[in-house]
Ligand binder design. Structure first.
Ligand SMILES: [Zn+2]
Length: 77
């Protein structure tokens, strides 16, 4: 008998709004994404590992910035 387990990364968009990008300075759509790591057993996702990270991606230049949880929740509300 064998056990097949692993981890999968999932990105879920939370919100999208036009803002001024901190990198390129252009007012463009900024997409807030939550990236989570999920423990899988036989390719079935079971449990999230950790709290996940929040990322803000600029639709114009593609720059991705990491956000802390509090700022991300305020932005998503
Ligand atoms: Zn940008």
């Amino acid at each position: 008998m064998f056990v097949l387990f692993g981890f999968r990364t999932r990105e879920r968009p939370l919100s999208s709004s036009p803002r001024v990008c901190e990198v390129c300075g252009v007012s463009a759509r900024q997409v807030l994404v939550k990236r989570s790591t999920i423990f899988t057993l036989f390719f079935v996702p079971l449990l999230p590992v950790g709290r996940g990270t929040y990322l803000l991606q600029c639709a114009y230049c593609g720059a991705v910035r990491r956000m802390d949880r509090g700022a991300a929740e305020r932005l998503a509300a």
